[in-house]
Ligand binder design. Structure first.
Ligand code: B3K
Ligand code: ZN
Length: 893
């Protein structure tokens, strides 16, 4: 089809076009004067020509700025000296070194994009990554321009008693008319995307940390007064992160103060601005009565992630936005290892892999697929993706595993030392790893520049006479928009072989058994060719292969396991991850059986699955969190990824059938376990307590599938007497998600009681919104529309939008995928209407919400056509933002 360009043509940016900037900005001095309704920004930029670039034209970025003054070296510029476009201000300075001064007027109160300087409730705050700084002042808003920032903020003293920016406070004082100011200086040169400013009426919690070299760092968390009691977990998480980064990576903090500010209206989780992190309240506030265990874990993970950016992102930053995964992939890897060290390593691995396989694999198979280092984009905000973050982390993890812990640490030391204070590329990162190890990463580089999830097909053969076992591994990566034919990847395949009595020793063809370590049952095979065989010698019996242990590479594994093989792995494999995987595969087999039986068909649960579960219930030593995950059926998104053509309703039905069948088959064990774990102890967010609650609540969700009156009472009692949010909302969720009529009736009452109880806690109300949005009962579209009209809904708050619209479209299959009788009805039309309204206000959020529609090609025809027609209608909109234009046009291309 022909795709119309929107009125202001959206430009594509290419990695190959990268050029250094024509000018550097050595010093940036800002004066930000905040008044009610308008803010004035004065900037003084000490600039210098970059001699390696020809041409003297200076193109400054600027969007939505009202230019009031402009001068070079104190001389005002006449209008013919500069050209002002909608997003660029061009001029040609006459000297190589000069000071450019501008004064602009902006209106933070009117800024609904939540990018640049904006107002959220009682405070002013900024979000500059990736390209928000240009909404504050004229600048070279690109990450390779690093500058020394001094920021003077002034505002009304009573409305904004707290004035913050990056670095250290150098001066503060009173001004006329009830105003005051504060001046901050950041001694570390940084790109504009790390700039931050906060002004508001905030209270703070203080603590301190002594670094490994004995330096005292003040730690401050700023929140609204009412939230002061919810900062302890974030503060503890921050201190643990600081210590972990010293111990694990030798990275010490480098300013006298580290601040976190919590904001209600924020497009994502948090932002790593130098010395002044700004957080979504949902990622910093935590208390047992209002926050679930998952919420506590998220706070710990996000605090750590942002803190770790101080080195992986801030001290060493990205040359351009194509390198985003340089900081994000590495930092996700770092925070994931931190969480693994704080809790259970295998559990954390299972969580990360589930996220990757459910959501990143789908992205990699859709129209927005891109390599972790993309080669082009229209709107960089669309590239803060699971691919950049999670697959990026998997690629770093593969490097770390190939090198081993000592060499990897040497590699990161070299990387930080070599590039401290620089803006670099993913190649620089890999080069440091190659230099310390002597390894050749040239083929490995394909992970950086090819999109798509490789499929690893493995067949085996056992030769009894020769006692030889052969694994033949083939890789194939489906075409993605940027590249049809893929070069083979370098894939580390961690494996073992399971025999009747346990694991077998591994001796490859060219090895001598005596030379191998004593414990020789675990191995990483390096797959580099399209098809490759690995022959093991001295194999006494036909083994069951344990493949892709710990998910050693982000690939789809295809090996034709029988259900008996899977049972053998569950019972005998030493690798916790592979055991979990085997249980999931048994579940998938059952779900496939249910799907094959069809909607009205008779489905009989293969008895091996409940048998495996029974034996797991009996294993006292099994980690409860792991068992809870094993008991959780594969997510619908994961199941969908296994289908050649997605029928979402069939997937939902099949999954529900398997759940009901298991609930029946395991009724006794589930109830016994639920009761045994229902102990009344004080809340603690340690791994063991979280594990206990999670296993208990998984059992409850099964028990509530078709509950007896007594079970329903148990659930209601848990809801009414719970002393922590995890148990309270788990009981409520079990009622809401049950298809049983009595449970639904109880849910209606409980939902309204819950709102009355928690109406003043915005973050709890968000969970309440999200849960109702996911309610699978018929009539979901009406319910979701009612939620949008609810007194607590706020259409400019991203958390609420995500809870209601995101919850409905991403977590309510029966209703979102209901087609309606005309194209104007049904879930897809609902989403398109919401996007239309949101796009004008907050394009970043609107573009994100589009995700479910972008996958239209993967669906069965009726769904697919209905999704597509909504996308086509959106493309017709006259004023579609570049953000949505990119996603919609690429989806239809
Ligand atoms: N670096 C930020 C994300 C910024 C997103 C801008 N649209 C948070 C993080 O990854 O730590
Ligand atoms: Zn990050």
């Amino acid at each position: 089809m022909n795709i119309a360009e929107p009125t202001s043509a959206v430009q594509t940016v290419y990695l190959n076009d990268y050029q250094q900037p024509a000018y550097w900005i050595d010093k940036t001095e800002l004066e930000v004067d905040i008044y009610s309704g308008e803010t004035f920004v004065r900037s003084r930029l000490t600039m210098r020509k970059n001699s390696s670039i020809e041409g003297a034209q200076l193109d400054l970025h600027g969007e939505g700025l009202e230019l009031l003054e402009i001068a070079i070296d104190g001389e005002p510029l006449s209008e013919e000296r500069y050209v002002q476009g909608p997003s660029v201000l061009s001029l040609t300075p006459e000297t190589e070194k000069f000071v450019l001064e501008t004064k602009v007027r902006i209106e933070p109160e009117q800024n609904t994009s939540l990018e640049g300087l904006y107002r959220s409730r009682t405070m002013y705050c900024t979000q500059c990554e990736a390209e928000g700084f240009r909404k504050i002042t004229y600048y070279l808003d690109r990450p390779d321009v690093m500058s020394d920032f001094t920021t003077r903020v002034s505002a009304d003293k009573s409305r904004c008693p707290v004035l913050l920016s990056n670095g250290n406070l150098v001066e503060a004082g009173s001004l006329d008319n009830g105003r005051h100011f504060a001046t901050w200086h950041d001694p570390h040169k940084k790109p504009a995307y790390l700039f931050a400013l906060v002004a508001g009426d905030l209270a703070k919690v203080e603590d301190s940390f002594t670094t490994c070299s004995g330096k005292q760092v003040a730690l401050e968390i700023f929140v609204e007064e009412k939230d002061l009691g919810k900062c302890d977990h974030a503060m503890q998480s921050l201190k643990k992160s600081m210590q972990w980064d010293e111990q694990t990576y030798g990275r010490e903090y480098d300013l006298d103060i580290f601040m976190i500010v919590a904001v209600d209206d924020f497009n994502m989780g948090a932002m790593e601005n130098k010395g002044l992190n700004i957080f979504n309240t949902s990622c910093v506030l935590a208390s047992p009565t209002t926050t679930t265990d998952a919420g506590f874990q998220r706070v710990e993970g996000v605090v750590a992630h942002e803190y770790f950016h101080n080195w992986s992102g801030n001290r060493v930053t990205c040359r351009d936005w194509f390198q985003l995964s340089l900081k994000e992939g590495f930092t996700v890897y770092r925070d994931s290892e931190f969480s693994a060290d704080m809790g259970s390593r295998t559990v954390k691995r299972v969580e990360d892999v589930s996220l990757l396989r459910t959501h990143q694999f789908a992205e990699d198979a859709g129209p927005m697929a891109h390599p972790i280092r993309p080669s082009s984009y229209m709107e960089i905000s669309n590239f803060y993706t699971l691919t950049i973050y999670e697959k990026g982390a998997e690629v770093v993890r593969m490097i770390a595993n190939l090198l081993g812990p000592e060499l990897f640490r040497k590699g990161t030391d070299l990387y930080f030392e070599r590039h401290d204070g620089q803006a670099v590329t993913t190649e620089d990162f890999v080069r440091a790893m190659a230099d310390v190890s002597g390894r050749d990463f040239s083929q490995f580089d394909n992970w950086y520049n090819q999109a798509g999830t490789p499929e690893l097909t493995i067949v085996d053969a056992y030769d009894e006479n020769a006692r030889e076992y052969t694994l033949t591994v083939s890789q194939y990566t489906p075409a993605t928009p940027e590249c049809a034919v893929k070069k083979p990847f370098h894939i580390p395949l961690r494996m073992g072989l399971i025999g009747e009595a346990g694991e077998l020793a591994l001796t490859l063809a060219d090895e001598i058994a005596e030379d191998l370590p004593e414990d020789n049952t675990d191995r990483v095979l390096e797959v580099t060719q399209t098809t490759q065989s690995f022959v093991f010698h001295n194999v006494p019996e036909k083994p069951v292969p344990s493949l892709l242990r710990n998910f050693s590479a982000p690939v789809k594994l295809k090996y034709d396991y029988s259900r008996d093989d899977l049972c053998a792995i569950v019972m005998r494999d030493s690798n916790g991850f592979t055991r979990y995987e085997a249980v999931q595969s048994l579940c998938m087999a059952a779900i496939n059986d249910a799907m094959a039986a069809g909607e009205g068909g008779r489905f009989v649960l293969d008895e091996r699955l409940p048998r495996v579960y029974r034996s797991l219930f009996a294993q006292a030593e099994l980690d409860q969190a792991m068992f809870a995950y094993m008991l959780t059926l594969p997510a619908e998104g994961y199941i969908a990824e296994q289908q050649s053509e997605i029928d979402p309703q069939a997937i939902y039905q099949a999954r529900s059938k398997v759940k009901s069948a298991l609930a029946q088959a395991l009724a006794g064990e589930l109830e016994q376990t639920y009761r045994a774990l229902s102990v009344d102890v004080e809340y603690s967010a340690d791994a063991e307590s979280i594990a206990r609650r999670s296993l208990k609540n998984v059992c409850l969700s099964y028990l509530m599938d078709q509950p007896s009156d007594a079970t329903l009472e148990l659930c209601k009692t848990q809801f009414e007497t719970a002393t922590n949010m995890t148990d309270e909302i788990a009981a409520l969720t079990a009622m809401v998600m049950s298809e049983n009529a009595k449970a639904q009736a109880a849910a209606a009452v409980a939902l309204s009681d819950f709102y009355v109880k928690w109406r003043d806690e915005a973050l709890v109300v968000n969970q309440w919104f999200a849960l109702q949005a996911r309610n699978p009962a018929a009539g979901g579209l009406k319910r979701v529309n009612d939620l949008l009209q609810h007194e607590a809904y706020d259409s400019s708050n991203p958390n609420k939008i995500r809870a209601v619209i995101g919850g409905f479209c991403g977590g309510n299959t029966p209703n979102f995928h209901s087609l309606g009788e005309t194209p104007e009805q049904g879930g897809y039309a609902f989403l398109a209407q919401q996007i239309q309204q949101l796009d004008a206000k907050n394009p970043q959020i609107a573009a994100r919400l589009l995700t479910p529609l972008t996958r239209w090609r993967r669906y069965a025809p009726a769904y697919s056509q209905a999704m597509r027609s909504q996308l086509e209608a959106l493309l017709e909109m006259p004023s579609l933002s570049p953000d949505c234009y990119e996603v919609v046009s690429k989806s239809l291309a």
